[in-house]
Design a protein around this ligand. Structure first.
Ligand code: SF4
Ligand code: FES
Length: 255
C-alpha cells in the first residue's frame, strides 16, 4: 500500500480487493466483493433519505468486467459494446486527494468539507434545510445529528462532517462492497458506488486516492471520469436491471 493516498477517516480494504479502470473499456473488479443494486429511497417529503439494497449480481469471475460505457446489453457486465459505443472513455479526473480542493463550511460544533466536483446528484444533502445550514447550526444537537447524517450519506464523499473539537471526520463503516445506484425518484440509474476503501487504479498503475465512499460512472457520459458527475440524471440513463428495493438499508436504522 506504500505510496497510495488514503483519505482521513478511510481504511484501505484487504489487499485482495481492487478495481482497474481500463483506458477504453470496463472496470475490472478483483477480490469478489458483493455487488447489488442500491436504491435511493425517500422520506415522507419525497427527499432522498436512505439506501435500500435490491438485486444481487455475481462477482465470482475474477476479474469481473463491469460496463463503464453505459451501452452493454448485459449490464451490469461488459459485453464488448464499448468498442462501438458513442462515448469518450478518457480518464480526466485528478488523482490528487479530494480534500486538496475543498471548501470548508464552519459551523458551531461541526465543520463540513465540500468538493462540488464530486457531486453525483443523489440529494441526501437536501432535507431539513440542507447540510450546509444544518452544519452552521450544529450547536443545536438535533441539527448537528442531521448534519452528520446528511454528509455521511453523500455516496460520493463530496461532503464530510468533522467534529471541530477533535478534528476527526465522521464516516459510516462499510465493508468492501459495490452498489449499482438506482434513483427511482428521478427515473434514472446512477453510478457504481465503491465502498469500504477498495483501491482504484489505472492500467498504467497510477492510483486514485483510497476513500470509504466513491462513485464512479456507469453511464459513460461523465466529464470527470472515472468519477460520476451526475450527468446520468440529466440524460435519464437507465440500466434496466429490474430489481426491487427489498434488502438491507443504509443507515441500518431508518427513522
Ligand atoms: S452527491 Fe452528495 S453533495 Fe451531491 S447531491 Fe448527493 S448528497 Fe448532495
Ligand atoms: S453514472 Fe453518473 S455521470 Fe455516468
Amino acid at each position: 500500500m506504500s505510496g497510495m493516498k488514503i483519505e482521513p477517516g478511510s481504511v484501505p480494504a484487504e489487499k485482495k480487493f481492487s478495481i482497474t479502470v481500463t483506458e477504453e473499456g470496463p472496470y475490472l473488479v478483483y477480490g469478489r466483493p458483493p455487488l447489488a443494486e442500491q436504491f435511493i429511497m425517500p422520506n415522507e417529503n419525497d427527499e432522498s433519505w436512505y439506501f435500500q439494497e435490491g438485486k444481487h449480481f455475481s462477482t465470482e469471475t475474477e476479474p469481473t468486467a463491469l460496463c463503464r460505457c453505459g451501452s452493454s446489453r448485459k449490464k451490469p457486465y461488459c459485453d464488448g459494446s464499448h468498442v462501438h459505443a458513442a462515448w469518450d472513455p478518457q480518464l480526466t479526473a485528478s488523482t490528487e486527494p479530494l480534500l486538496d480542493r475543498t471548501e470548508i463550511v464552519e459551523g458551531e460544533t461541526l465543520a463540513m468539507t465540500d468538493n462540488p466536483a464530486y457531486c453525483v446528484f443523489a440529494r441526501f444533502c437536501h432535507p431539513h434545510g440542507d447540510a450546509w445550514s444544518l452544519t452552521e447550526r450544529s450547536g443545536d444537537s438535533e441539527a448537528r445529528e442531521l448534519a452528520i447524517r446528511e454528509a455521511s450519506m453523500c455516496p460520493s464523499g463530496r461532503l464530510m462532517a468533522w467534529d471541530k473539537l477533535s478534528s476527526t471526520p465522521y464516516e459510516f463503516h462499510f465493508e468492501p462492497s459495490l452498489g449499482l445506484i438506482e434513483d427511482p425518484g428521478i427515473g434514472a440509474s446512477g453510478g457504481l458506488w465503491v465502498r469500504g476503501g477498495i483501491p482504484l487504479r489505472r492500467e498504467s498503475g497510477e492510483t486514485y486516492e483510497i476513500r470509504n465512499r466513491v462513485v464512479v460512472c456507469r453511464c459513460g457520459q461523465s466529464a470527470n471520469k472515472p468519477y460520476c458527475d451526475g450527468t446520468h440524471a440529466a440524460i435519464k440513463w437507465r440500466d434496466e436491471l429490474e430489481g426491487e428495493p427489498a434488502g438491507e438499508t443504509v443507515p441500518e436504522e431508518v427513522y
